[in-house]
Design a protein. Structure first.
Length: 219
C-alpha cells in the first residue's frame, strides 16, 4: 500500500512538472512572437464628415452694419494674413456691430506659441486693450477660415455677436497633410448648455471663399 501511494505521488509530481514545463514553453513562445512582431496598434480613426445637424447660419443673421461691410472686412483679413510672415493664410478682424467698422486686426503669428492663431490673437488683443473680458461682445469676428475648436471656444467665451469665415473646414480637411481637428464651429456652439444665449451666436460660412481658399490650397 505505501508503495502504491508513493507511485501515485510520483506520477502527480511528474504531471505537474511536465505541465509547468509546457506552460513555460508556451510563455516563451508567446514572448518570442511578441518580440518578433510589432505591437498591434488600434486602427486610426476615419475622417468623420461634418455633421449636417450643425449647419451654418444665413447671412442675414449678422447685424446689418456688419453685413454691409462684410466683403471689405474679409478682404482686410486676407490682407493681414498675406502681410504676416508666418500666418499660414489665417487672418482675422473684429467688426463693430454698430457701424460696421474694423476695430482690430490680427494674423496667425506662429512661432513658439501654439495658441497664436489669428482669431485668438484678435480676441485677446482687443479685450486686453479695452480692459474687459467681454469687450468683443459688440463685435463680429471675421476670419479667413473656419475657426478651430480652440478659437471657436475663445469666441464663445468672449461672447462675440457672431462669426463669419471664408474657407470652410471641409476645404481645409481636403488639403494634403492637413491636421485641423474635425470639429466645426457650429458644433462647438451647439455644445453650450440648453438655454444659454450664446447658442444663438450666428456662424456664417463661405464669405468670399473664392478669395480665401487659395490661401490654404496645397494641391
Amino acid at each position: 500500500m505505501p508503495h502504491s501511494v508513493d507511485r501515485r505521488q510520483a506520477l502527480r509530481q511528474g504531471a505537474l512538472f511536465i505541465g509547468a514545463v509546457g506552460a513555460l514553453s508556451l510563455s516563451g513562445e508567446a514572448r518570442a512572437d511578441a518580440q518578433a512582431s510589432p505591437i498591434q496598434q488600434c486602427p486610426p480613426p476615419t475622417k468623420l464628415p461634418l455633421q449636417p445637424e450643425f449647419p451654418t447660419s444665413p447671412l442675414d443673421a449678422l447685424p446689418e452694419p456688419v453685413r454691409r461691410n462684410l466683403d471689405t472686412a474679409m478682404r482686410a483679413a486676407i490682407d493681414v494674413a498675406k502681410g504676416a510672415a508666418h500666418s499660414f493664410g489665417y487672418g482675422a478682424v473684429l467688426v463693430d456691430v454698430g457701424n460696421g467698422e474694423i476695430v482690430w486686426r490680427a494674423a496667425n503669428t506662429g512661432g513658439a506659441d501654439p495658441s497664436a492663431h489669428a482669431e485668438l490673437n484678435a480676441l485677446r488683443g482687443y479685450s486686453i486693450n479695452k480692459g474687459s473680458f467681454t469687450a468683443a461682445s459688440t463685435t463680429v469676428l471675421v476670419t479667413t477660415a473656419e475657426p478651430c475648436p480652440m478659437c471657436a471656444t475663445c469666441a464663445v467665451f468672449a461672447r462675440v455677436a457672431g462669426v463669419a469665415y471664408g474657407t470652410s473646414l471641409e476645404f481645409l480637411m481636403a488639403q494634403p497633410g492637413n491636421t485641423v481637428p474635425r470639429i466645426s464651429m457650429p458644433q462647438v456652439v451647439a455644445t453650450l448648455p440648453p438655454g444659454d444665449p450664446r447658442t444663438r451666436m450666428p456662424v456664417v460660412g463661405g464669405v468670399l471663399h473664392e478669395e480665401t481658399d487659395p490661401l490654404f490650397s496645397r494641391n
